[in-house]
Design a protein around this ligand. Structure first.
Ligand code: ZN
Length: 87
């Protein structure tokens, strides 16, 4: 039983030594490991003005909204623009 434990312990030590060796080898060949670059901010974090559709009330990005109607009204879709009572 102690022989089996000794073999397992030896394997664990060898594995640790091998891991340490490969890390040192990688550092020697490729240089020290660099931290991964910070990911770009998610799309939602980028400020975007939202405007409300005059017909259905849906909020859409201002750059995607369709102008129309009499005043400053904007619409989420061509369908909403057509079905708006004042246009
Ligand atoms: Zn709409």
């Amino acid at each position: 039983m102690t022989r089996i434990l000794g073999i397992i312990l030896l394997l664990v030590v060898l594995r640790m030594a091998w891991k340490s060796f490969t890390i040192q080898l990688r550092t020697a060949v490729f240089g020290p490991p660099t931290l991964p670059k910070a990911p770009p901010p998610p799309r939602a974090a980028v400020a975007e003005t939202l405007v409300q559709c005059a017909t259905c009330g849906t909020y859409v990005a201002a750059r995607r909204a369709l102008p129309g109607g009499g005043g400053n009204e904007v619409f989420c879709s061509e369908e909403c623009r057509r079905s708006h009572p004042q246009s």
